[in-house]
Design a binder for this molecule. Structure first.
Ligand code: MN
Length: 720
């Protein structure tokens, strides 16, 4: 049995290191003697297969030994990590220790979820956290864990159904994305396909049947394309190897699902074609690309150059999709042999031939991004928030952005300059005062795009972050780790400071919108104590936008109530919504004799003292009116919605044209001003406006506009 492993290992591990692998095998076989797996095989088969998978990735002797020993300490209580350290050395012992801790976290996770049920968020968060920490210490721990999972998935049919589902979900949620992030594609696809087969057996069968039934046609087509491609490249003097590339069942499933969402249909085999071109040099990559695009039409938007912009997980390749021979689109990957090796082995390639060599500094630099993400995540304390952050920061779609010095940073899609600043140095976020993208100033909410160069403009000193950064709707910060850092800043402030900040926010943004007392607004938000309400506003756990929304939905309810009364035929209390044609804004009131309601045919009567009263056209009082010259045509008008009278006060530096600026702004919002009083004190002028607005949201918009008028110092609502 050991021979399977040794035949793979002899090719690349130096002879003097083979001994430790054999030793570890014998030690493990002895330790697990008499133990069997659910499949009935001797237990040693499991650590052995784990080591074989790692040998395929060409991992070093210490990692293989640790893989062989990975279950020993856990299964044999009489063998400790110290025993392993004594016999196999510190490296092997640390790796085994890491894997064991990892496994303990995993078991705790399953136990927390009751085994058969889905793992609780708390437990899953804990697993990921331990995993990330173990990984930041030594990536080989995770590689061993991935190989361990691979063999467990291969033998999953021996587990009860509920356990199978649980393990498969975990594999798809955590392990496959992890393999992806580490660039070990081969392992990723295997894990995905096996998990998918358990979770969605019907779909799995249907796709594999489709693959089989089209196999002959596909092979003929691909063979033909290969021949043409090889000939063209040879003609151009490019030495190459052209390979057909199998696509995984799970990746086809994802593509079909994506197309279905976009309402696009795929002809059945469209996505099943793939080719790979291996060449000798980077220069040849681009030369080959030129040849391919000359011969076959590229599909727009389906091009990625990871040769010029390698991924942080070291992956390099040119991806293009072309329509080959005017029939099918074919995905083609172009890379050098060296890049190919990296693409196959991912970070594991680091250990290739490394045995006995000095450490690889450039590699350490390249996995710095990993450590940074993990560092950032350490600050997130809530389990669910941690999980959300980890998923977003670690497993989401990523973009690549350059620093001005040409260094690449990887960020989740949708990240902003603040996220970028955080990624460069976690404290830089507190010195950021602006950003330039590709040489141009951008707002801090700018969403970075793949290939952008971003420069962070900084102040010399640390500045107070803005609470707006925590508001998800405003889009300043995308990554959970950066948001946690900002949140932490506010939480660490004294409560009194938070209350004061909350009070300022309240005065500036909320108080002026409502006539409710402050305590009532707090109560509306479900907070009994005003101080607590202000503290929450001040530390960012409650956002201004949230409070404003609550206030305006409350007003909307009140308005609906009025409208409801109108529909019921109750008299309306104001003249709201009535236009008197040709007379301008006269005082109107509804006649009590006939109580017209919205939709009735109406006519106005000009009274001597109360302006115009509105009657139904059929009202007997009107029919018998002996002064017909006092009747005026009226209509319900187009604005039948209810409007609220409000009074606001604008305090401003006095200047020529101020009043005009303000009133034209107000009418631009389509708000009618019913009165306007202006008073001057020295250089300051106070303008009091009475007007009708449709609600709090409109008033809020208006305040926002008025704030930006030149000279305006404050705007607030006053009592009517
Ligand atoms: Mn195991």
């Amino acid at each position: 049995m050991l021979e399977t492993l040794m035949s793979k290992v002899r090719g690349y591990i130096p002879n003097d290191r083979l001994r430790v692998v054999v030793d570890a095998y014998e030690y493990a076989e002895d330790a697990h003697r008499g133990q069997t797996r659910k499949s009935g095989e001797p237990f040693i088969e499991h650590p052995l297969q784990t080591a074989v998978a790692l040998a395929d990735l060409r991992l070093d002797a210490d990692a293989l030994a640790a893989a062989l020993l990975h279950d020993v300490v856990e299964d044999r209580h009489d063998i400790s990590i110290e025993d392993i350290r004594e016999r196999f050395g510190g490296q092997v012992a640390n790796l085994v220790d890491g894997v064991t801790k990892f496994t303990e976290a995993e078991m705790a996770a399953s136990a927390g979820g009751g085994g058969a049920r889905t793992v609780s968020a708390q437990a899953q968060a804990e697993t990921i956290r331990k995993m990330l920490i173990a990984m930041s210490e030594d990536i080989r721990v995770v590689l061993i864990k991935l190989a361990d999972r691979l063999h467990n998935m291969r033998t999953i049919r021996y587990l009860p159904p509920a356990k199978r589902i649980e393990k498969s979900k975990e594999t798809l949620d955590i392990y496959a994305p992890l393999a992806h992030r580490l660039g070990i594609w081969d392992l990723k696809w295997k894990l995905e396909d096996m998990a998918f087969q358990q979770l969605n057996p019907e779909e799995y069968r249907s796709i594999s049947l489709r693959l089989n039934s089209t196999r002959r046609e596909r092979e003929r087509y691909i063979e033909n394309a290969k021949v043409i491609l090889r000939k063209e490249l040879e003609k151009a003097g490019i030495g190459c190897e052209v390979l057909g590339r199998p696509k995984s069942i799970y990746s086809i499933h994802c593509k079909t699902a994506k197309y279905a969402l976009q309402n696009k249909t795929v002809d059945d085999i469209h996505d099943l074609f793939a080719l790979r071109v291996l060449v000798d040099s980077v220069q040849d990559c681009y030369a080959a690309l030129g040849v391919i695009h000359t011969r076959w039409h590229p599909v727009p938007g389906e091009f990625d150059d990871y040769v010029a912009n390698p991924k942080d997980n070291l992956y390099q390749s040119i991806h293009t999709t072309v329509v080959a021979e005017d029939v099918h689109s074919v995905e083609i990957q172009i890379r050098t042999h060296e890049m190919h090796q990296l693409a196959e082995y991912g970070v594991a390639a680091h250990w290739l031939y490394k045995e006995g060599d000095a450490g690889d500094e450039s590699f350490d630099k390249k996995v710095v991004w990993l450590r940074q993400i993990i560092e950032g995540l350490k600050d997130v304390t809530e389990a669910e928030e941690f999980l959300e952050s980890a998923k977003k920061d670690f497993f989401a779609d990523h973009i690549f952005v350059y620093t001005p010095l040409g260094e690449l940073k990887e960020l989740p899609a949708g990240a902003t300059p603040l996220d970028f600043a955080f990624r460069i140095h976690t404290d830089l976020i507190f010195r950021c005062i602006g950003a330039k993208v590709n040489g141009k100033l951008v707002p801090l909410t700018y969403q970075l795009r793949n290939g952008d160069t971003c420069q962070i403009l900084t102040s010399k000193t640390v500045r107070r972050p803005s609470l707006d950064w925590l508001n998800k709707d405003l889009g300043y910060v995308k990554t959970g780790s950066a948001r946690a850092k900002v949140q932490q800043w506010f939480k660490r402030q004294e409560r009194s400071v938070n209350i004061q900040r909350g009070r300022d926010l309240y005065r500036r943004h909320i108080h002026r919108l409502t006539s409710l007392r402050d305590e009532r607004v707090a109560a509306l938000m479900g907070i009994g104590k005003l101080d607590e309400f202000l503290a929450q506003l001040g530390d960012g756990s409650l956002s201004v936008a949230h409070v404003v929304n609550k206030l305006s939905s409350r007003e909307k309810e009140a308005k609906d109530e009025v409208r409801h009364q109108q529909e019921l035929g109750m008299p309306i209390s104001s003249s709201a919504g009535i236009e008197v044609l040709g007379v301008g804004d006269l005082l109107t009131s509804v006649a009590r004799c006939c109580n017209p309601i919205s939709g009735d045919k109406i006519i106005g009567f000009v009274t001597r003292a109360k302006g115009v009263t509105i009657h139904r056209l059929s009202c007997p009082n009107i029919l018998h009116e002996d002064e017909p010259e006092r009747l005026v045509p009226v209509s319900w008008g187009s604005r039948t919605e209810v409007r609220y009278p409000v009074r606001i006060q604008v305090k401003s530096m006095d200047r020529v044209g101020l009043l005009g600026d303000i009133t034209s702004l107000v009418s631009a919002e389509k708000v009618n001003i019913t009165s306007c009083v202006s008073e001057e004190y020295d250089d300051v002028s106070i303008i009091t406006l009475t007007m009708h607005v449709s609600g709090t949201d409109q008033l809020s918009r208006l305040f926002f506009d008025l704030d930006s008028v030149k000279g305006v110092m404050s705007v607030r609502r006053t009592n009517l």
